[in-house]
Write a protein that binds this ligand. Structure first.
Ligand code: N01
Length: 530
């Protein structure tokens, strides 16, 4: 049976849930979700230690005043179970479940040029026609698993952190290998070290990380936020990184050494990794200023790690602070002082293959009972590229994006009418706080849909020229930022062979929002309403 609705939303993560809430008020909506529960990132990433790195009074919905007043976060930085509980609460409280179909992944999307409707087919066999698609598929949904040979011969267990088994995993007496030292590896390592017989950490590039200082929520802090929520939410949207921190007013280069140290110590104790990146005006734009912050962090690492050789290996020296996402941790560097933990440098001697009993690098062989892959994601484009998406004239999205994504303001792709994206390629993504900025983008797209419906239009598409303008803006702003000196998932350089330039807009959310707003005010410039 074929159903017809107005909008199909893909993904019941935080943006998909809000899109379902917002659009189901006036349109017929179905939200398809691959997982058997809601929460997206916070449904999938249930590895031990998974926790948000932005304080939860910020990293939460703003759309309903009662919700933000009544909800209580137990800790400053919420753990995955609390974030998943919150997503479920929102789904129940706002009666979203009637629109959501779980364990039901969208497999193909085909645009019908006669009717201007999308034809949607799913893993559970559903067949739906709809005017609009909202792809809230997440920037970090498809795991990156490097194709080292021999995997099928390995007799131990392999877990990617984003596909962690439910329930307790008994690691006592197990020799565990952890590959990857990004935000995820840094969070999971201390816990694996406590649980396992031994932990071997395979590091290609060290992270910059600072202690999270996570603690139980204190009443005064919570009350302060709840009394000031509307103003704080506005302030969040008006800051470069959509987080309320204290933005430095001086260049690192014009401060005396004592002044710098004082500012950096304060930033280090602020419990916000973002604060380190804005401690001075030029940390994110000037490599010399950035180098001062980098050296401060390296000295903190050297202070904590007992073995000088291990400490040096853990010190990032090849890219700037903030060039990749800076991490916050709960005892990461202290982990390397434990007798059961060792660090292997796979930059100088890369992993070559899995063996029957573990891993072989260019230098040695390691016997491991469990291998944990914290190797990140086929980020930003992976989720849509994994579906069979066909636009006008039979163009496949996988072909269109084979050399990297192009979008207009991250919302639309030329040749794929009525397909709208939240946190799409070339939006600020993880350079911003994704719940609040996701709400903002959903509201923007809801306005676009409302305009279409009010004007009796059936097709909105963008143009290659509009895409080109946005591509240049995205790449140009990156050329002024230190991000260009790091290989990361922001610029598609985390996976060998992946093509594309900057897929994350690093010009700041306020500029992105301003350009989006201007386009809407100028009669939806760049969006071709027909
Ligand atoms: O992934 P990553 P992640 N050979 O891509 C290594 C968000 N997040 O899951 O740096 C050897 O950052 C790779 O090495 P290198 C956050 O936005 C947030 O950790 O490419 N190593 C790196 O060490 C974050 O940015 C939170 O040299 C290989 C690691 O694997 C994003 O998710 C928590 C390799 C991957 O690091 C992704 O973080 C967790 C190879 N072939 C995540 N391929 C919080 O809110 C990859 N690696 C706290």
């Amino acid at each position: 049976m074929t159903e017809t609705v107005d909008v199909v939303i893909i993904g019941a993560g935080f943006s998909g849930l809000y899109a379902t809430y917002q659009l189901s008020k006036r349109y017929k909506v179905i939200c398809f979700e691959k997982g058997d529960g809601v929460g997206g990132t916070w449904y999938w990433n249930r590895y031990p230690g998974a926790r948000v790195d932005i304080q939860s009074v910020e990293y939460s919905y703003s759309f309903d005043e009662d919700l933000q007043q009544e909800w209580q976060w137990p800790e400053y930085f919420s753990a995955q179970p609390d974030l998943e509980r919150y997503a479920n609460h929102v789904a129940d409280r706002f009666d979203l479940r009637e629109h959501i179909r779980l364990s039901n992944a969208v497999e193909s999307l085909r645009f019908d040029e006669q009717s201007d409707l999308w034809d949607v087919r799913t893993s559970a066999g559903d067949h739906v026609k709809c005017r609009y698609i909202i792809a809230a598929t997440g920037a970090l949904s498809i795991p990156n698993e490097p194709p080292w040979p021999g995997r099928e011969d390995y007799e131990g267990l392999i877990y990617h952190t984003t596909d962690w088994p439910r329930g307790e995993l008994d690691l006592a007496n197990k020799r565990v290998g952890l590959i990857g030292t990004g935000s995820t590896g840094v969070q999971v390592a201390p816990i694996l070290a406590q649980q396992a017989k031994s932990l071997t950490v395979f590091q290609r590039t060290p992270a910059y990380s600072m202690p999270s200082g996570n603690r139980a929520m204190d009443e005064e802090h919570e009350r302060d936020w709840k009394e000031n929520y509307p103003a704080r939410r506005e302030e969040i949207l008006n800051t470069w990184g959509t987080s309320i921190v204290s933005y430095g007013e001086k260049s690192a280069l014009e401060c005396s050494e004592e002044e710098r140290e004082e500012i950096l110590e304060r930033a280090w104790n602020s419990k916000s990794a973002f604060q380190m990146q804005v401690a001075f005006t030029d940390v994110m734009t000037d490599m010399e200023a950035n180098g001062i912050v980098a050296e401060f962090i390296r000295n903190k690492i050297r202070d904590v790690v007992d073995d000088p050789e291990t400490a040096e290996l853990l010190c990032p020296k090849t890219y700037p602070v903030g060039g990749k996402r800076m991490c916050i941790d709960n005892g990461y560097y202290q982990t390397f002082n434990r007798d059961n933990v060792s660090l292997v440098d796979i930059r100088s001697a890369p992993i070559v293959e899995f063996t029957k009993t573990g891993l072989r690098t260019a230098q040695s062989e390691y016997e491991l009972d469990v291998i944990v892959m914290a190797t990140g994601f086929d980020a930003v484009t992976g989720s849509l590229m994994n579906m069979d998406v066909e636009g006008i004239d039979g163009i496949k999205l996988a072909d269109k994006w084979k050399d990297g994504p192009t979008t207009y303001l991250g919302y639309m792709i030329a040749g794929f009418p009525n397909l709208l994206m939240v946190h799409g390629p070339m939006t600020p993504g993880a350079q911003a706080q994704m719940i609040t900025t996701g709400e903002w983008q959903v509201d923007y797209l809801a306005d676009l849909i409302d305009t279409m419906e009010a004007e009796g239009k059936t097709r909105v598409d963008t143009t290659p020229e509009a895409e080109q303008w946005w591509y240049e803006e995205t790449q140009n702003v990156a050329m002024h930022m230190v991000h260009r000196h790091a290989d990361s998932w922001y610029n598609a350089k985390n996976i060998e062979g992946k093509k594309g330039g900057f897929m994350i807009y690093v010009g700041g959310f306020p500029r992105f929002a301003e350009l989006s707003r201007k386009a809407a005010e100028n009669g939806w410039q760049g969006f071709n309403l027909q």
